[in-house]
Design a protein around this ligand. Structure first.
Ligand code: 3HC
Length: 294
């Protein structure tokens, strides 16, 4: 059966971006949040991104209206009975995800493919709590979803080739470049990215360079769009810490072990851009490197 209607569970930073690109791809999208406030906030993010697009001359007002017209917000899971694929984009809690997939398994028709946008949890473990493990894939998008071109499409040992290819083609139809990965914590990108980010923190702890100079080094020396500390603040220090712990748990290798500074910053509530302070202080314009971290 062709994919016509997409369900997105979760309308936070990543969920709203995924719902937006699915609507931009021409699909009818049902997006769910747990309450009306969060739903309004999430749909507001999509509207404001499209409004900025119009201001930048990248999106026409007609296109904006068309994309918004394909989105339906809900606080109920029952609506997902109409979906051909459901992407779950919620907090990285194994229990929350298991409960959701079991509920969706009861609600959705047999042909519906289940996808998870998890960055590091096991696709296989989630698939195994459903009765459709053969129709279960990982679809890992990157932040900011509307601008980043990549989607990792992940198969577990139980994923059928048909479901995998369907998800791969679906990612392509969203204008993304999909890559194939097997179910190992962090897949391809985070497996390489997370040790790099953690190493930047270790270099700072060891006094190899300052926050600004390590960032500038990687930006100008390697052509990366953001240096590691800007990227850590952008992704969220709490998120990076959480992913690193899951990856360390899976591989038991030092390269995935969180440096003490990252743990202390998370404990201190310095979560990066979203909390106003991380490796940089965002109350200043332009943001200034935080003093006193090491
Ligand atoms: N609507 C339409 N187009 C828009 C837009 C909007 N609202 N906002 C921006 N754009 C367009 C711009 O016009 C521009 O287009 P152009 O290249 O044709 O001129 C392009 O998008 C880039 O926008 P900006 O010029 O405003 O911004 P930057 O050039 O500074 O790029 C960035 C911003 C894309 C975020 C870039 O800094 C970047 O790539 N950073 C790295 C991000 C990254 O690494 N993300 C991955 C994080 S890891 C992850 O997500 C995995 C998880 O598991 C942890």
């Amino acid at each position: 059966m062709d994919i016509k209607t997409v369900g997105v569970v979760g309308c936070g930073l990543m969920g709203s971006g995924i719902a937006q690109v699915c609507a931009e791809g021409g699909y009818k999208v049902i997006v769910r949040e747990v309450n009306e406030d969060l739903l309004k906030k999430g749909l507001g993010k999509i509207e404001s991104f499209l409004t900025k697009g119009v201001e930048k001359g990248k999106v026409t007002p007609e296109r904006k209206a068309e994309v918004l017209g394909r989105l339906e917000g809900t606080t109920s899971l029952e609506k997902f009975a109409a979906c051909d694929i459901v992407i779950v984009v919620v907090v990285e809690s194994v229990q929350v995800k298991h409960d959701l997939y079991q509920a969706l398994d009861r609600i959705c028709p047999a042909h519906t493919i289940f996808a998870s946008n998890t960055s590091s949890l096991s696709i296989t473990e989630m698939a195994a709590v459903t009765k459709r493990a053969d129709r279960f894939v990982g679809m890992h998008f990157f932040n900011p979803v509307p601008l980043m071109k990549l989607t990792e499409v992940v198969r577990s040992p139980l994923t059928s080739p048909e479901a995998f290819e369907k998800a791969f083609a679906f990612a392509k139809s969203l204008g993304k470049t999909p890559i194939r990965a097997t179910d190992r914590s962090g897949f391809i990108v985070n497996r390489l990215l997370v040790p790099y980010l953690l190493d930047a923190i270790r270099a700072l702890e060891e006094g190899v360079g300052s926050i600004a100079h390590i960032d500038e080094g990687m930006r100008l020396g390697c052509g990366y769009p953001m240096g590691p500390f800007t990227l850590l603040d952008f992704v969220g220090l709490d998120t990076t810490y959480y992913i690193a712990n899951i990856m360390f748990d899976e591989f038991r290798e030092k390269r995935f072990a969180s440096p003490p500074l990252l743990k202390r910053m998370v404990q201190a509530g310095l979560h990066g851009k979203k909390s106003g302070k991380g490796f940089y202080d965002y109350s200043q314009d332009p943001p200034q490197p935080m003093a006193g971290l090491v």
